[in-house]
Design a protein around this ligand. Structure first.
Ligand code: GLC
Length: 441
C-alpha cells in the first residue's frame, strides 16, 4: 500500500505541467470552459468488487484474495435494482454538472458490451447488461456531462505484463509482440468507447505502470480527438492529458495548475465496501468550498452495490450537498478561485468579472469576520439563501496611509447556514488587494 500511495503521489504531482506544454493552449481553453464552470462531478466506481465489498481490483493484485476468488464475484453481480434514471436524478439533485463512471477498472472487467474480448458484465455476469449506455442516456437527458473512467492497467488480461504485486507476466523488451497485442486490445476498447458513448470527458487511470511511448499516449489522444474533438482528457495519460487529478489529498496552498479536480471518496473506499467511515455532509461541503476557492473541481465518489442500489449514507450526502447548493450555489457555480491566502480566514470565490466576492463562513462560527487588505469599497453584503443584509465596519484606516483598513462584518447567528453560509459582497470595481507588510513598505 505504501508503494502504491507513493506512486500515486508522484504521478499526481508530476503530470500536468508536462501535459499542458504539449497542447495548443487556445483550443484547450475553449473546450475546458464547461469543466471550469462545473465545479462538481460525481464519480461512480461500479464493478464486481461490490459483490464482496472488497478493494476494487487492488485486493487480488495485493494478494488479499486470490485472483480465482476475486473473479467468482462475477457470479454475484446482478444489477437487479439498477435504475439509471434514478441515479441521474440524484446526481442532478446534488448540483453536479458531470459524472464519471468506470467503464473498466484495473481488473479488466468491462462494464459495457465490449467486442474486444468476453470479459464484460454483459457476457460474464447475471446482470447481462451494459451499465454505461443507459446511464449516459439518462445523464444527457438532464444536460449533465458524461465522463468515462478507463483503466489503462488491465491486470486481468493475459497479454498485460503486470498481474500480482511484485511479479509480472513478462517484460516488454523480451516480448514486444505480446505487448503489441495488448496495445491493440486496449486501444480498440478506447475506440469502441469513443464511438459508442462519445464521452465528454475521459478519465484515464493507471498510467504510472508504463511510459508515454509504451502506451502510445499521443496516439491514444489522437484516437479520441480525431472523432470527438471536444473531449476533455484527464491528466493520467503520461503527459497527454488536459487537467490534473490530485487524489484524496487536499492541497494546502493553491495548486499552480490551470485546471484541476480533487477526486475523493465519501467514506475511505472507491467501490462499495464494508466501511462506515462516512464523511459528514458538513465535511464534504467544507472540502468542496475549499477546493472551489482554490480554483478546482470536486469529483465526489459513490460506490453502488452489486444490485445497482446506492448506499443510503451516500444518498444522504448527495441530497444535503444538493440542498446546500440550492441555497448557496451562486457562490460556487460559474465562479473563479477566490482571494489569495491571508486576506480572509476561510474559503472565498469571485464572480468571473471579479466584482463580487463570496465569503464562506462556518455554520457554527457567527460573530465577527474580518477581511484584510481589501482596497475596494463594498456596495452591500447579502447572505445567500436568506437574503439577510449585513453591515460592516472599517477598522484602522489611517487617512495618510495607502494601507486599507480591516473590514469587520457582524453575522448574526440566525443568518447562518446549518453547514456553511455564503456572504455576497458587491464591490465598486474588480477586486483590488493590498498585499504589503503594513506601514513598513
Ligand atoms: C487510483 C486507484 C484506483 C481508483 C482511482 C480513483 O488510481 O488505483 O483504484 O479507481 O485511484 O481515482
Amino acid at each position: 500500500m505504501m508503494k502504491r500511495s507513493l506512486i500515486v503521489l508522484l504521478t499526481v504531482f508530476s503530470l500536468v505541467a508536462n501535459a499542458q506544454s504539449k497542447i495548443d493552449p487556445d483550443s484547450i481553453k475553449t473546450k475546458m470552459q464547461w469543466f471550469a464552470d462545473a465545479k462538481l462531478g460525481i464519480f461512480i466506481h461500479a464493478g464486481i468488487y461490490s459483490v464482496d465489498g472488497i478493494d476494487e481490483s487492488w485486493s487480488f493484485h495485493n494478494k488479499k484474495i486470490s485472483y480465482a476468488d476475486y473473479m467468482k464475484q462475477l457470479n454475484g453481480f446482478t444489477l437487479k435494482n439498477y435504475h439509471p434514471e434514478a441515479w441521474a436524478d440524484l446526481i442532478q439533485e446534488s448540483g453536479a454538472r458531470y459524472s464519471v463512471i468506470t467503464t473498466k477498472h484495473h481488473d479488466g472487467v468491462a462494464m459495457y458490451d465490449t467486442k474486444m474480448n468476453d470479459m464484460s458484465i454483459v457476457k460474464k455476469t447475471p446482470a447481462k447488461r451494459d451499465m454505461v449506455a443507459p446511464f449516459f442516456a439518462a445523464l444527457r437527458k438532464r444536460h449533465i456531462k458524461c465522463g468515462a473512467y478507463f483503466s489503462l492497467i488491465d491486470w486481468g488480461y493475459p497479454d498485460y505484463p503486470g498481474f500480482l504485486k511484485d511479479s509480472s507476466r513478462y517484460r516488454i523488451s523480451d516480448d514486444p509482440e505480446r505487448w503489441n497485442r495488448f496495445r491493440h486490445f486496449f486501444q480498440g476498447q478506447i475506440e469502441e468507447i469513443n464511438q459508442k458513448f462519445k464521452p465528454d470527458l475521459y478519465w484515464f487511470d493507471g498510467d504510472w505502470e508504463h511510459s508515454a511511448e509504451e502506451w502510445e499516449a499521443q496516439k491514444v489522444r489522437n484516437i479520441i480527438l480525431s472523432t470527438n474533438p471536444n473531449a476533455i482528457i484527464n491528466g493520467r495519460l503520461q503527459g497527454y492529458g488536459d487537467y490534473e487529478t490530485p487524489e484524496q489529498n487536499f492541497p494546502v496552498t493553491r495548486p499552480k495548475f490551470k485546471w484541476w479536480e480533487l477526486c475523493m471518496t465519501s467514506n475511505d473506499n472507491w467501490g462499495f465496501h464494508h466501511d462506515n467511515n462516512w464523511k459528514t455532509p458538513y465535511e464534504v461541503i467544507s472540502i468542496f468550498a475549499d477546493v472551489v476557492s482554490h480554483g478546482g473541481n470536486l469529483l465526489l465518489d459513490m460506490g453502488p452495490k452489486e444490485d445497482g442500489t446506492i448506499p443510503a449514507e451516500q444518498i444522504h450526502i448527495l441530497k444535503e450537498l444538493g440542498a446546500w447548493n440550492k441555497r448557496n450555489g451562486e457562490g460556487i457555480f460559474n465562479t473563479i478561485g477566490g482571494l489569495p491566502l491571508g486576506h480572509f480566514y476561510g474559503p472565498t470565490t469571485l464572480s468571473k468579472d471579479s466584482t463580487t466576492l463570496y465569503l464562506f463562513v462556518e455554520g457554527s462560527s457567527g460573530g465577527n469576520l474580518m477581511i484584510k487588505g481589501l482596497l475596494n469599497k463594498i456596495k452591500d453584503i447579502t447572505v445567500l439563501g436568506n437574503n439577510t443584509k449585513l453591515s460592516y465596519k472599517i477598522v484602522g484606516k489611517i487617512s495618510w496611509s495607502p494601507v486599507p483598513g480591516l473590514v469587520y462584518i457582524n453575522v448574526p447567528q440566525r443568518a447562518l447556514d446549518k453547514y456553511i453560509a455564503v456572504l455576497r459582497l458587491r464591490l465598486d470595481s474588480p477586486v483590488k488587494l493590498y498585499q504589503g507588510q503594513g506601514g513598513l513598505k
